[in-house]
Design a protein around this ligand. Structure first.
Ligand code: BV8
Length: 219
């Protein structure tokens, strides 16, 4: 089983911003204000503006050759696709069972009762929860300080993977950034696919734009 962890670099060539590259999202927004529970409590409208802008950007974007290559890989081999990305470009490229460990732009969550539903393109904190009616609507994404999704499934996948691939991620955010070390500890070969080396410890690496190196690796 091939375990693939993807990050913002997978969707960069589809026009979705990365976080830490020059001009990235964290250079234009204060992470504390838009990607933490505290930031949401302080200014829910600013947080919704941030995610509404990204949701509109993602809706207007198209999967690139790397997304399609991963969908082809999944059709040919046993692949566990774990993404830190909140866009749905992998699904739109035909990938299945994508594990969004940091949540999804397309998801809405009630901060009061925990109900989840499919998000409209534009969300507001005043949208009433369809379950409890509270005006406590938030994006269903994992903010800093919150528990990522699917960690048990991820641990089980890392334990039985025959190859670990990190694709388009800077290896900055934990626990995702620690997966390569978990793979190494399990004796699993590790491969990095990125624009440039991220500094993580990988047995092998292929470097260049994802839309070129991912099809090259898959096909
Ligand atoms: C948690 C929300 C407890 C959704 C995001 C000190 C040490 C260890 C941990 C911590 C610490 N201090 C604080 C922490 C915890 C914290 C953390 O890691 N902080 C960091 C900053 C130090 N982590 C958390 O809070 C996490 N929760 O720890 O809970 C816990 C822990 C374990 C078990 C149980 C409980 C929650 C983290 C989730 C935060 N939410 N986003 C959203 O708005 O999108 S993080 C955000 O960063 C996104 O999710 C993003 O996916 C993620 C990682 O970024 P990357 O995807 O790697 O993107 P980046 O821009 O950084 O890099 C782009 C890469 O692409 C580069 O390598 C570049 O070269 C490459 N690239 C660019 N163009 C291309 C390309 N590659 C190929 N082709 C191209 N064309």
């Amino acid at each position: 089983m091939i375990f693939v962890l993807t990050g913002a670099g997978l969707s960069a060539e589809s026009g979705l911003g990365t976080f830490r590259d020059a001009g990235g999202l964290w250079s234009r927004y204060d992470l504390e204000e838009v990607a933490t529970p505290r930031g949401f409590a302080a200014n829910p409208h600013l947080v919704h503006d941030f995610y509404n802008a990204r949701r509109a950007n993602a809706a207007g974007a198209a999967p690139n050759a790397a997304h399609h290559a991963l969908a082809r890989l999944q059709a040919a081999r046993e692949v566990m696709l774990v993404t830190q990305n909140v866009d749905d470009l992998l699904e739109r490229a035909g990938a299945r069972d994508v594990l969004h460990m940091h949540g999804r732009l397309g998801g809405a969550l009630c901060a009061d009762c925990g109900a989840r539903w499919e998000a409209p393109l534009v969300m507001s904190p005043d949208d009433p929860c369809p379950e409890c009616g509270a005006a406590a609507t938030r994006p269903d994404v994992v903010w800093f300080g919150e528990m990522p999704t699917g960690l048990d499934e991820i641990d089980a996948g890392l334990a039985r993977a025959t190859l670990f691939v990190a694709l388009g991620t800077s290896g900055t955010v934990y626990p995702a950034a620690g997966f390569v070390e978990m793979a190494r500890a399990a004796g699993t070969p590790t491969l990095e696919l990125n624009l440039e080396p991220s500094g993580g410890r990988f047995d092998d690496g292929r470097y260049g734009p994802a839309s070129e190196i991912v099809p090259g690796w898959v096909d």
